[in-house]
Design a protein around this ligand. Structure first.
Ligand code: CMP
Length: 165
């Protein structure tokens, strides 16, 4: 890659974020649909796996909700079946992915978003996505080992040259 292109690439805000397809997404057969929306948007899949979460992981992941009245049902729900965890990467990916997911309460989420199109729940709202670059960094380490993250070039990003991108 030439040096100008490399300079522009390194000035762009490529971010990584964690998305979980929660047990209701798995039970309702929405895994492919959810992943497909991120793929079609142009996000780069960096890691993907199915896993069973436990209390220790949930207490860390939802530490800011631990005193809330819904924590017990949230925790029971998240343990009710395996979930899908992934890391996605892209320009300003945290915000882009939160828009694709829609607001937390699925029944009032925007039509066209994942929650808006497929959900009615609050706790069972199909997906989770990191709410900031900082929490994404913590969540990546929480859900993934280093060797589960893949480095590769995604073709469309190789051609990024325009500053307005
Ligand atoms: P998530 O994006 O995983 O982050 C925290 C989760 O807590 C949220 O999605 C919902 O599943 C759940 N949650 C947040 N607020 C409420 C609420 N008021 N009542 C029930 N569940 C909630």
């Amino acid at each position: 890659m030439n040096q100008d292109l490399e300079k522009i690439r390194s000035s762009l805000h490529f971010e990584r974020t964690v998305v979980l397809v929660k047990p209701d997404g798995l039970q309702r057969g929405l895994i492919g649909e959810v992943i497909s929306r991120f793929e079609r948007k142009g996000l780069k899949l960096v890691a993907l796996k199915m896993m069973q979460v436990d209390d220790m992981l949930l207490e860390a992941h939802y530490s800011h909700h631990i005193d809330k009245p819904f924590f017990k049902s949230l925790s029971d729900f998240m343990k009710s079946s395996p979930l899908i965890a992934m890391v996605l990467e892209g320009l300003e990916a945290v915000e882009a992915i939160r828009l694709l997911c829609g607001t937390t309460k699925a029944r009032s989420a925007e039509a066209g978003s994942i929650r808006g199109d497929f959900g009615m729940g609050y706790t069972s709202n199909i997906v989770h996505s990191s709410d900031s670059v900082e929490s994404a960094k913590e969540e990546i380490v929480r859900f993934f080992d280093a060797d589960e993250l893949f480095e590769y070039d995604k073709t469309e990003y190789l051609n990024i040259y325009l500053p307005e991108l």
